[in-house]
Design a protein around this ligand. Structure first.
Ligand SMILES: C[S@@+](CC[C@H](N)C(=O)[O-])C[C@H]1O[C@@H](n2cnc3c(N)ncnc32)[C@H](O)[C@@H]1O
Length: 263
């Protein structure tokens, strides 16, 4: 027991920040937290019986909410085996195996035919890949008249060179951010119309945001798990000061657009 406490099986040092957060049990892993997910639900106008696709579903927190609260049939896709394993176990624990299908998939090449879903969502995913291509793929699998909704990081104010280097060079290497108009243009160019935008601060990793998103019990459980291995503690000690340096410049943007009906 003592050996597993100090030596987890994963190579924790090389985990990206969101996988690390999933490993310590965090359930909401996108910059707008529960607040942006509630905004997404309100813009999505979900109705019972609709088919929804959640791409980059993480541990399936939003997929579970969609199925439980709105009674939509959800397909939840992620590229990461670790996320998929946790997503499946959370869906099983929620008793929603008949309502949510969890499967592996890549946002850059989804296996679904054109127009398959009424609603397509991606919370904090396209920024990790070729954003234009990912946005086109989300729109492709949405039915004409359906909606695509995506949450991303954006620069709320121009970052200092130091904040930019820390966040995009060290914390999330390879991630592509934009200012608000840049994100909107990407989704417009992908074919969406009637675009609506919400935005707000990046609070997910502030103490207040963490508590709001996870609730007292899970926030405490994450803390205990984060302290359970020396490698987790080292990762937190590396991650937290860097994230805090970037927090003032970052925010979330939620874009909702309608795929025009076929003529
Ligand atoms: C920041 S997390 C967001 C997770 C979840 N959407 C949430 O909000 O809690 C990004 C997720 O995107 C997934 N991901 C990254 N690249 C992907 C790709 N090419 N296709 C599908 N999922 C991808 C990651 O595995 C991870 O689960």
């Amino acid at each position: 027991m003592a050996a597993t406490l100090t030596r987890p099986k994963l190579d924790v040092k090389s985990l990206d920040p969101y996988t690390f957060l999933a490993v310590i049990g965090k359930r909401v892993i996108h910059p707008g937290g529960r607040r942006s997910t509630e905004e997404l639900f309100s813009l999505a106008a979900l109705q019972a019986g609709q088919k929804a696709l959640d791409v980059g579903c993480g541990v399936a927190t939003t997929a579970i909410q969609m199925a439980r609260r709105f009674r939509v049939a959800v397909t939840a896709v992620d590229i990461s085996p670790l996320m998929l394993e946790r997503a499946r176990s959370n869906v099983r624990r929620a008793g929603l195996e008949r309502d949510i299908e969890v499967e592996q998939g890549d946002i850059l090449g989804l296996r679904f035919p054109d127009g398959r879903f009424d609603r397509v969502i991606a919370e904090a995913v396209t920024m990790f890949v070729d954003r234009q291509r990912a946005a086109r793929e989300l729109v492709r699998v949405c039915r004409p008249g359906g909606m695509v909704l995506a949450t991303e990081f954006f620069w709320r104010q121009p970052p200092t060179d130091e904040a930019r280097e820390i966040f995009l060079g060290q914390v999330c290497p390879g991630m592509q951010l934009d200012q608000l108009d840049g994100w909107v243009r990407i989704y417009q160019d992908a074919g969406l119309s009637a675009i609506e935008v919400r935005s707000g601060p990046f609070e997910m990793m502030t103490p207040r945001g963490f508590l709001q998103d996870e609730g007292l019990v899970n926030a405490f459980a994450c803390m205990v798990r984060g302290l359970s291995h020396a490698a987790y503690v080292r990762k937190m000690a590396w991650l937290m000061p860097r994230i805090s340096r970037a927090v003032p410049y970052l925010g979330y943007i939620l874009v909702r657009g309608v795929k025009p009906a076929a003529r």
